[in-house]
Design a protein around this ligand. Structure first.
Ligand SMILES: NC(=O)C1=CN([C@@H]2O[C@H](COP(=O)(O)OP(=O)(O)OC[C@H]3O[C@@H](n4cnc5c(N)ncnc54)[C@H](O)[C@@H]3O)[C@@H](O)[C@H]2O)C=CC1
Length: 538
């Protein structure tokens, strides 16, 4: 740890304070270097059997015990309702330790060549591939989604780290020739300590999506997962450490709003990247504004999916299911307002309902399951409440929308529901206007392209949108006119790491993934060089 103070000078009080502090807290608390859960324990676990007792914070290169356990909150396994672990929120002192730890690591990491950083990140990606099944299993146990989906999430996570590792060695500036032999050049420099704050629906993947571009650019990160899914971010921290990042480069602090607030206000934090709801996003922006810190906001959505009568119906039906039922409908970019051209509505509904009823719901650790449990009992109640409200407002439930109790006795306390298709919807209904974040598809008929575009855009959100048609010109015209950060043509919910992802309007700003995200985790310095005499006016 002491070597992390290298590079300090007496002229730099921030570095000096960081160095001194590092010495002090190293004496106070020693990081734990054993893995949060041995792979063999995870492999032998099944639904309802796992308990995590180990501390879930991570800084200074190891797991850290919470300072004060009195505010511990229970974390439940969604499929069973059993207590999986306790989440102990970090207070001001712990947040400061994590940020200082990140800052010390940043001083080293940012001085390394891009290719050196790339090698370490590629090693992290390799370890994730190696541990894919254990991480996916923990994700399922903590989040409730099906193992089939969780494996894809973990694959996307290592692909993201691999992608940005590839980019780390390519970061470069420009050379600009000026009159008289003078010139300027630009340097793409890191920001410093970046904070990542995540939602509960893709816990490991969100941590990877935020840390990969941040680390590739030479930053350090302190990540705060959702208090409902505290377990897998610390596994990512262990993997980065194992891959050889400087101690403290990627840190995890547990907590909820209070801990998040402390992070946003910390003076050594240079940037905040947030994934979550619109109301919290607004607060993050306000807090960051006080310190003039850039923010990335990945917020909610109520995305439209438009199905024209000339579409290939089987694909359109599959697209609508993919747009609504992944991760029990707990996906920000879901296309939950499904506009169907009136002529094909009966056929579309028949097919969609038939396939929705056939979705296997149950033990999320079983390979055959396609829909697991929702994140929590209150969230399940909230989603069911939207369906009751929809009925009151005149919508017709074509299938699902009920609590689901699996026959397996161990799953009877789980937060399951049957996926729901709502017909007879109108644009002014609550289920059509508000983000439900559950497996609820609202179907709306339309007659013309002009009309559907106007209705599709009549929302304060703008995260994603989709169109199914065989008419190439119409597909691109509709995509051009949809107000959304991502438009899918003849598919839905495809998010490869090479492709930028982010919102329009109140769905946020900034992007994750793709080349452009480098710009959100770095800053450009211009260096102007005079080669002759100074031409002074004075
Ligand atoms: N656009 C995107 O990429 C995604 C957006 N989301 C959105 O996230 C929402 C669901 O996730 P939730 O976890 O319920 O959202 P949330 O906004 O309640 O919480 C998100 C995170 O912010 C933290 N937080 C809460 N209050 C805070 C405060 N005052 N200061 C700092 N941090 C604070 C929470 O502890 C959590 O880690 C949905 O609206 C969904 O659409 C979810 C996934 C992806």
């Amino acid at each position: 740890m002491i070597s992390q103070g290298e590079g300090k000078t007496e002229k730099d009080p921030v570095q000096l304070r960081c160095f001194t502090y590092t010495l002090i807290f190293t004496k106070m608390a020693q990081p734990l270097r054993t893995p949060v859960l041995p792979a063999a324990v995870i492999r032998s676990a099944s639904t309802g059997t796992l308990e995590v007792k180990e501390p879930l914070n991570f800084w200074c290169g190891g797991r850290m015990k919470p300072k004060d356990e009195k505010n511990a909150e229970r974390v439940y396994e969604p499929a069973t309702g059993h207590v999986l672990c306790e989440m102990v929120p970090c207070g001001a002192e712990e947040v400061d330790q994590a940020v200082q730890s990140a800052h010390s690591a940043y001083l080293k990491w940012s001085k390394m060549a891009g290719m050196e950083r790339a090698r370490v990140m590629l090693e992290a990606a390799r370890i994730i591939r190696e541990q894919r099944d254990e991480i996916a299993k923990m994700e399922v146990i903590n989040n409730g989604k099906s193992i089939t989906e969780a494996r894809v999430d973990i694959d996307v996570a290592w692909q993201c780290i691999e992608y940005y590792a590839g980019m780390a060695g390519t970061l470069a500036g420009q050379h600009i020739q000026l009159p008289g032999g003078a010139f300027a050049y630009t340097r793409r420099e890191p920001l410093g300590v970046c904070v990542g704050i995540g939602a509960w629906n893709y816990p490991f993947q969100i941590a990877a999506w935020k840390s990969a571009p941040a680390l590739a650019c030479g930053n350090a990160m302190v990540f705060k997962p959702s208090p409902m899914t505290p377990v897998t971010a610390v596994m990512l921290a262990e993997i980065y450490a194992q891959a050889g990042v400087p101690e403290g480069l990627f840190n995890v602090v547990q907590g909820a709003a209070e801990t998040g607030t402390l992070l946003c206000h910390h003076p050594l934090v240079a940037k905040v990247s947030f994934t979550g709801s619109v109301p919290t996003g607004k607060k993050i922006m306000e807090m960051s504004a006080k310190g003039v810190k850039p923010v990335t906001l990945e917020l909610g959505g109520k995305s439209p999916l438009i199905i024209f009568k000339d579409s290939e119906l089987d694909n359109a039906v599959k697209g609508a299911l993919m747009a609504n039922f992944l991760s029990q409908g707990e996906v920000c970019c879901n296309g939950t307002r499904v506009f169907v051209e009136r002529e094909i509505l009966p056929k579309f509904l028949e097919e969609v309902v038939k396939r929705t009823k056939a979705i296997p719901i149950g033990d999320p650790l079983l390979d055959g399951t396609r829909m697991g449990a929702l994140i929590s009992r209150p969230h399940l109640d909230r989603v069911l409440g939207f369906i009751s409200q929809a009925k009151k407002e005149g919508a017709r439930v074509l299938c699902g929308g009920e609590p689901f109790v699996p026959t397996d006795p161990k799953l009877q306390g789980g937060y399951f529901m049957s996926p729901c298709v709502l017909d007879n919807c109108t644009d002014d209904m609550t289920c059509v206007k508000e983000e439900i974040f559950g497996p609820v598809m609202s179907v709306l008929p339309f007659d013309t392209e002009e009309e559907v575009l106007q209705r599709a855009n009549n929302t304060t959100f703008g995260l994603a949108a989709g169109v199914f048609t065989r008419d190439v010109a119409r597909a691109h015209r509709v995509a051009e006119n949809l107000q959304a950060g991502t438009c899918f043509i003849n598919n839905y919910n495809i998010s490869p790491v090479e492709v930028p992802f982010g919102g329009y309007k109140m769905s946020g700003f900034g992007r994750e993934n793709g080349q452009v995200t480098i710009e959100y985790y770095s800053q450009l310095k211009t260096v102007v060089v005079e080669m002759g005499e100074v031409d002074s006016l004075f």
